[in-house]
Design a protein. Structure first.
Length: 456
């Protein structure tokens, strides 16, 4: 059976503006214009690794110590369930939002598409998407106009997923989808939209930009299913999803599930990957010696041909730049869970219903775990230095059974993209220094990262 796409999720904006939303509650703590992470960093330093606070009527527990990340994500993970208020329109009921046996049933049929053995098959498609991006950049270099890098890298990441995992050319305008969905995922907008409503300015749920964003987003999965395959490949993620819908042994994996899985991949798998590559380009623009080393490594490893799987393994420095970027700018700066039942962490009581904020950014920037934590040092990921890491002090992909399904694949995508783009181009960051950050569900550059592209 072919999956015909319709979307039946009841209320597109349910929970989005709710006062109970953790994003709404954290907003006042994320307002420092110089660095929205600063208040949480100072709290962790002053009050310790586990800080219960009551925000409104909600108990929130801020955790910033690796051993307690392990407790929540690995040792006692069944007590800590996923939290997705306000993001349902983005993810629907996709596996990222589920827990327990249902989550396992949904994940299992898709897992083979992310086994490292299949990455070699994906690399030619990643390379094709990179080539297309290079054509865009050649035009930008000719015109001399500046460009916003997260949008550039988002369209690249979306193209890579469509080509490699779905056997499709992008059957939607990525710039339109990017613009609308960014409006929606910016939780700061949720608060201001809600404030407007409370002030009686007539903003209604489901109207205006939010409704347009939801509509634009919901049109994407039907377009993916309906698009012509590029090569009729048999072993794609899309084929695995279609097979799961047709498998009577997994009745939970219905048509709506298939639609929602596509949404999940085209957001969870693109925004994070895109932010990493954009921040990496920002960092190497500030560190020209790193850009030169990446170019040299690319020349030595690949010469004049496109990279393959063996080359990816050999691009050690380039991959370390990507890892270091995710330490300094973890796209998912905190992981949120809800406590299902009582527990105790570091002598502090955890009550059922508490919202748990695992502050990964805090651990990534803590001098107890990293020498010169604010410095950009890709070498710390190479050779002996890499072995000294404190376990769970680096969690860009989460940890335990709910860790990112596509994390290893994203490193292949970004390492190959960084290597090839820098060999041909010199992207020059032209925005404010340091680039201001903005904490929404992800860690984004405030106002974007603006670059001028030059051909070398
Ligand atoms: C730099 C790139 C990426 C980062 C930083 C990242 C980060 C994360 C994190 C932190 C989680 C766990 C969330 C939690 O525990 O609450 C996660 C889960 C997930 N990610 Fe990624 N991700 C990246 C790339 C990708 C890619 C390329 C894909 C797929 C194409 C993907 C698909 C998913 C899915 C489906 C889940 C849910 C897994 C589950 O619940 O079983 N991600 N990601």
């Amino acid at each position: 059976m072919t999956v015909v796409a319709t979307d039946t999720t009841a209320d597109p904006t349910a929970g989005q503006f709710g006062e109970e939303s953790i994003w709404f509650k954290l907003t006042p703590l994320l307002k420092d214009p110089a660095n929205p992470m600063r208040v949480l960093m100072q709290m962790a330093e002053r009050y310790g690794a586990v800080i219960p606070v009551t925000l409104g009527k909600q108990r929130v527990v801020l955790i910033s110590e690796p051993e307690f990340f392990k407790h929540v994500l690995v040792k006692n993970s069944d007590n800590y369930i996923k939290y997705f208020d306000g993001l349902k329109p983005i993810f629907g009921k996709s596996m990222i939002t589920n827990d327990g046996a249902l989550w396992q049933k949904i994940r299992m049929p898709q897992q083979p598409a992310f086994h490292p053995d299949v990455f070699a098959d994906y690399i030619p498609y990643f390379n094709q998407a990179i080539q297309t991006k290079m054509e865009t950049w050649a035009d930008l270099a000719k015109s001399g106009e500046t460009t916003e890098m997260v949008e550039q890298t988002w369209t690249l990441a979306a193209d890579m997923i469509c080509k490699a995992l779905f056997d499709r050319d992008m059957p939607f305008n990525p710039h339109v989808v990017f613009k609308y969905v960014k409006t929606y995922t910016d939780v700061m907008n949720h608060k201001s939209m809600r404030d407007k409503k409370l002030a009686g300015d007539g903003t209604e749920f489901g109207q205006g930009e939010t409704a347009k964003a939801v509509e634009a987003w919901w049109s994407v999965p039907p377009a993916v299913f309906a698009a012509d395959p590029r090569e009729e490949r048999e072993k794609t993620l899309l084929k695995m999803i279609e097979a799961a819908v047709n498998d009577p042994a997994v009745p939970e994996f219905d048509r709506q599930q298939a639609i929602d899985e596509i949404k999940q991949y085209l957001w969870a798998g693109t925004e994070t990957t895109a932010l990493t590559l954009a921040w990496a380009l920002y960092l190497v623009s500030k560190h020209p010696e790193a850009a030169e080393r990446i170019r040299k490594e690319g020349e030595e490893v690949c010469g004049g041909r496109e990279p393959n799987a063996a080359d990816y393994s050999a691009l050690i420095y380039t991959r370390s730049v990507i890892q270091e970027t995710m330490r300094l700018y973890p796209p998912v700066w905190s992981l949120i869970r809800t406590a299902a039942g009582p527990d105790e962490i570091d002598g502090k009581e955890i009550k059922a219903g508490d919202r748990i904020v695992l502050f990964g950014y805090g651990a990534h920037h803590n001098a107890r775990f990293w020498d010169e934590p604010e410095a950009f040092k890709p070498e710390r990921w190479m050779g002996e230095s890499a072995k000294k890491r404190v376990k769970y002090s680096y969690i860009p992909f989460g940890a335990g059974k709910r860790s990112c399904i596509g994390g290893a694949m994203s490193q292949v995508e970004n390492t190959l993209a960084l290597s090839q783009l820098l060999r041909r181009f010199q992207p020059e960051y032209v925005g404010p220094e340091p680039a201001p950050i903005h904490a929404t569900v992800t860690l984004t550059p405030k106002g974007g990262l603006h670059f001028r592209i030059r051909e070398r």
